[in-house]
Design a protein around this ligand. Structure first.
Ligand SMILES: [Zn+2]
Length: 102
């Protein structure tokens, strides 16, 4: 029982594999990747003080090209399609809060 009281214990939520698959499909569509391109999605610990404790890291491993890495400073399950598209377009670190194009 003590593990439930331990604030450092991280139990991987059951929905993670399904959500990771969604993230991969968003990346694949947005970057127009073929099925041979490997996409890896992981959520890792983030040590930056201003961040949530988890960071979602997307790796795109293209056969003929450099690997590309996108980081979203949110837990994997909190990451939505908009976050993925912003990360891919390189805007996720820009100070563009509030402004959205409709
Ligand atoms: Zn972070």
């Amino acid at each position: 029982m003590s593990k439930f009281l331990n604030p450092f214990y991280y139990e991987r939520p059951a929905g993670v594999p399904a959500h990771a698959a969604k993230l991969k499909s968003w990346v694949r569509v947005a970057l127009r990747l073929d099925k041979k391109t490997v996409i890896s999605v992981n959520d890792l610990a983030c040590n930056q003080p201003h961040c949530p404790p988890r960071v979602t890291v997307i790796l795109v491993l293209q056969k003929d090209g450099p690997a590309r890495k996108f980081e979203i400073h949110k837990a994997l399950l909190d990451t939505n399609e908009q976050d993925v598209l912003l990360a891919i377009s390189g805007q996720s670190t820009a100070a563009s809060s509030g402004e959205t194009r409709n």
